[in-house]
Write a protein that binds this ligand. Structure first.
Ligand SMILES: [Zn+2]
Length: 241
């Protein structure tokens, strides 16, 4: 594998999905991991974010997750970034990443992660879980991107803050573990095309499909041309109408 893979795996959002992602990665041989979340543990998180206990209330999520990874025996380097992945700071936070993986519940932030991955030309895993449904999108270099599927920020979105909120139920554990597994598959070069997995937690079913790049995807066009573009807040502002 090329030297670029020596940089840290950057985990963005450490809530309902990010925490199980980090737990699954604790059992891997990843050399370095950067845990990114500017949030602290709230009392209201406890019932739905299994990793956090009452003793963690008011502690930074990134630090609590780092300690939990150590307890599980993770032997690599852990960097704690108590910061939100916002447009002004995203490139700096992800600078030397070898791969990105996100479990944020905020759509503009997902687009931001997709754009940063394209700029850095690194593989990325997106994960989401809402009620009984989950999705994991794993993108190797050159594969279809998040904007191939979802194009742009939907109406009615909130401004990006990238706190990792959660949803109730065991689905987040399954989706988080799957996302971590796909990250390791990407690292091994096992995925040649972008893979989308959809989880139906009600039926207990998983459906995997390969996603082809969308012909008019603006981000893929920039990626193919090797172009750069500014990461500024207007790019992630939801449409006003
Ligand atoms: Zn695309």
């Amino acid at each position: 594998m090329s030297g670029v893979l020596l940089g840290p795996v950057v985990v963005i959002g450490l809530g309902g999905l990010g925490a199980p992602i980090a737990m699954a990665l604790a059992k891997s041989n990843i050399a370095a991991i950067r845990l990114v979340d500017g949030d602290t543990v709230e009392k209201s998180n406890l019932h739905r974010q299994v990793l956090f206990t009452a003793a963690d209330v008011h502690a930074p999520k990134a630090r609590v997750v780092a300690e939990a990874m150590r307890r599980l025996g993770f032997e690599g380097v852990i960097e704690v970034a108590e910061r939100f992945f916002v447009p002004e700071e995203a490139l700096e936070i992800a600078r030397d990443a070898s791969m990105l993986i996100e479990g944020v519940d905020n759509l503009p932030c997902k687009f931001l992660v997709a754009d940063v991955a394209a700029l850095l030309r690194v593989p990325v895993v997106h994960s989401a879980a809402i009620r009984w449904e989950g999705t994991v999108l794993a993108k190797p270099p050159g594969g279809a991107c998040y904007r191939c599927l979802f194009e742009d920020i939907p109406h009615g979105s909130e401004a990006p803050n990238c706190a990792g909120e959660g949803v109730a139920g065991p689905l987040v554990g399954v989706v988080g573990a799957w996302a971590a597994d796909r990250l390791l598959a990407l690292r091994e070069g096992a995925l040649e095309a972008t893979e989308l997995a959809r989880f139906d937690g009600w039926a207990g079913a998983v459906r995997r499909t390969l996603v082809r790049p969308r012909e008019n995807c603006a981000l893929c066009a920039l990626y193919a041309a090797g172009s750069s573009f500014p990461i500024d807040r207007t790019r992630y502002a939801p449409p006003l109408t």
